[in-house]
Design a protein around this ligand. Structure first.
Ligand SMILES: NC(=O)c1ccc[n+]([C@@H]2O[C@H](COP(=O)([O-])OP(=O)(O)OC[C@H]3O[C@@H](n4cnc5c(N)ncnc54)[C@H](O)[C@@H]3O)[C@@H](O)[C@H]2O)c1
Length: 414
């Protein structure tokens, strides 16, 4: 039996906890979370009281008590926890981003190499059957050589407001740049699919909409104080968004509010989720474009936008012999070998797994691969090495640096 622990039992930690529950070969022996409500949830999941630790530090103080840890705390906390876990001898499934600056990312990579620890970043998209089909079409040569790739991350207006205007990622200095926080998966996918090395990136982006310039007349710092007519007509009205969504899921940074009377929380004006989206002091940008050049001559383009109805990713890959495109949430791919009829590939029919949640099946398959990695070291077509993950992070951090420097191209050199 493989024994694991989860540090940070919020949204992502609970997701992994649920997958472990389904797996008869793996036992979740401990959780650590600073919030009592999260530890209470741990006890409900069958973890004994004395194994529900009140912080990562009190968990680490026990020494090495299991085979591996899942680190699912917030972005800026990963570095210290990852280094400590490796020092104690743990292999790690590390939530993305590895860290909030490139120096710390490199420290994680180098420590893993020096101590011989297995550290896998949660690049879930690679594991989604949708992207696996695209990878196979490229590796089989059906598309010929990949020349251009376009990826769009449509965050959805309501999701952006929850996570990047009012949520844990609203302030880039306290979390990570939006291109890292939201798009390190997209950059990973682009880097995985294009069989070449990225040599240069350039980027533009800004906070276009969620700022004081767009605050309607009659709005106030908190929805609680907004003119009722203005609030009624606002699509970001916290009273209409949160109570329902918090009943059905845990939103990053809000696990401690689960089970509370959300309208009373909003009335109290004590939580950031009740702030006006135009007056909250957030600085996470709501649109960004990144251009990438690869050493094969291939080019790629990534658009990140807050402004869409649905939360979905769209990809189009153009090769010398064919093209493939699709919407990852639909799970339908359109593949054309030039001069031949178009094929429609429905990835939903390719697995028994429900692909509707968990990043198109990616969370489940990533979890399984991590367990295979630490128990059998079996080869995997999909697995990302810590070195590859850190290279993708560098592309993201360089894109952010380019954006801040007015879009100048910057070399990728690790
Ligand atoms: N792989 C993905 O697709 C994906 C998706 C969403 C979020 N994430 C990443 O996962 C991480 C967690 O995000 P989340 O949405 O689950 O956040 P969350 O806020 O729901 O969970 C984090 C938990 O860590 C706990 N915590 C804080 N300090 C702690 C400490 N010192 N010791 C132990 N626990 C502590 C908090 O109480 C909270 O319950 C973030 O880094 C985020 O960027 C990854």
């Amino acid at each position: 039996m493989t024994k694991v622990a989860i540090i940070g039992f919020g949204s992502r930690g609970r997701m992994f906890g649920n997958l472990i529950k389904e797996d008869s070969d793996v036992e979740l022996i401990a959780i650590a979370d600073t919030e009592e409500s999260c530890r209470a949830y741990g006890r409900q999941c069958g973890i004994p009281e004395n194994m529900c630790f009140d912080s990562a530090d009190s968990f680490f103080a026990q020494g090495k008590i299991c085979d591996a840890v899942f680190i699912c705390t917030q972005d800026a906390q990963h570095i210290d926890m990852a280094l400590k876990a490796m020092e104690l001898g743990y292999d790690i499934c590390l939530e993305k981003p590895a860290a909030v600056n490139i120096e710390d990312c490199i420290a994680i990579r180098d420590t893993a190499n020096k101590l011989g620890r297995k550290v896998m970043l949660t690049h879930v998209l690679r594991y989604a059957p949708f992207y696996q089909q695209i990878k196979k079409a490229i590796d089989n040569g059906i598309l010929g050589e990949v020349v251009t790739l376009n990826q769009t991350e449509n965050i959805a207006y309501w999701h952006f407001a929850l996570a990047y205007v009012r949520g844990a990622w609203r302030n880039m200095a306290n979390s990570s740049p939006t291109i890292i926080a939201k798009c390190c998966h997209d950059i990973d996918i682009i880097n995985w699919l294009i069989p070449a090395k990225c040599t240069s990136v350039s980027s533009y982006g800004n906070l276009y909409y969620f700022n004081r310039a767009h605050a309607p007349e009659g709005s106030a710092d908190h929805c609680a104080d907004c003119d009722p007519k203005v609030r009624e007509s606002c699509i970001y009205n916290a009273y209409s968004i949160y109570p329902e969504r918090m009943n059905t899921s845990v939103i990053g940074g809000t696990a401690h509010l689960k089970g509370k009377d959300i309208c009373a929380v909003l009335d109290s004006k004590t939580e950031v989720i009740g702030k006006c989206v135009f007056r909250g002091g957030n600085d996470a940008i709501d649109n960004q474009v990144v251009n990438m050049l690869f050493d094969s001559g291939a080019t790629a383009h990534l658009t990140m936008t807050a402004f869409s109805e649905r939360c979905y990713r769209y990809i189009k890959v153009h090769g010398t012999k064919g093209e493939i495109y699709g919407d990852a949430e639909d799970g339908i791919l359109y593949l054309t070998e030039y001069g031949k009829p178009q094929q429609v590939i429905d990835v939903n029919k390719m697995t028994d797994r429900n692909l509707d949640d968990g990043h198109g099946g990616g969370d489940y398959f990533l979890y399984k691969d991590f367990i295979d990695y630490i128990t059998k070291d079996s080869p995997s077509f999909t697995r990302t090495t810590i070195a590859d993950s850190i290279e993708c992070h560098l592309m993201g951090f360089k894109a952010e640096e380019s954006r801040l420097k007015g879009g100048i191209p910057l070399e990728i050199n690790l």
